[in-house]
Design a protein around this ligand. Sequence first.
Ligand code: NAP
Length: 244
Amino acid sequence: MQDSSNRIALITGANKGIGFEVARRLGMAGLTVMLGARKTGLGQAAAAKLRAENLDVRYVELDLVRPETIVATAALIATEFQRLDVLVNNAGINDPGDGPPGAVDLSVVRRVMETNFFGTLAVTQAMLPLLRKATAGRVVNVSSGLGSLAWNADPNWEYAPVKLLGYNASKAAMNMLTVQLAYELRGTAIKVNSSNPGYTATDLNGHRGHQTVEEGAAETVRLALLPAAGPTGGFFETTGPDPW
Ligand code: NAP
């Protein structure tokens, strides 16, 4: 692992769940963490909790569907640090109305895509100039096994019945962002990868996941701290590469 002191990380949706644990782990690795959250009270409380653990964590208001907060976050980081070393695109939603293609309401698919894909793209585009100013930028898109086209096509996959068109398509689209951005940034020191946390007990799934948040955060943290020899343009879980 590189010396991670003085590196600056931005994590979206970091007030709870996997994002909060990623913030903690990157703080423990010595990074200065900008903890993004859309609700000020929750974000401030989460950052205060990590500061009480002697970590350098600051709240920033960041809502993926409110472009002005994205612009303001980029401006704040530019003023404070002039660069961004690590971007973790973690924020995401599911929707109780989501479902298979023949049944799901179009408005539900649009809503999920708006946050998970378009919001992630907007944040990434806003942060790209700052990532280019870092010596070894890292982007981690927190995807899902549900975003794998290969697994969705396999009727024997253990999660094959989970056909949530909005959510699964949004994660497949995030994976496309990973592949295309990694290609665009080939020849730079910036690495772009997708992580698959695995089924993790959080509010997103009513805490039905079988993993702890510590386990669910692990691969994202590894990809955020990749050494220079690490991969780019890949999709990984803790056990290794996942199929697209
Ligand atoms: P979670 O506990 O529900 O956390 C989701 C986070 O995203 C919350 O902080 C939430 O903020 C934030 N968020 C939602 N919409 C936002 C917006 N418009 N702008 C900014 N932040 C927003 O869920 P989680 O399980 O930790 O999920 C984290 C990521 O892991 C997601 O991308 C999810 O798809 C992915 N993932 C999770 C699992 C799993 O099993 N848990 C598996 C695979 C992938 P609020 O508190 O304000 O709602």
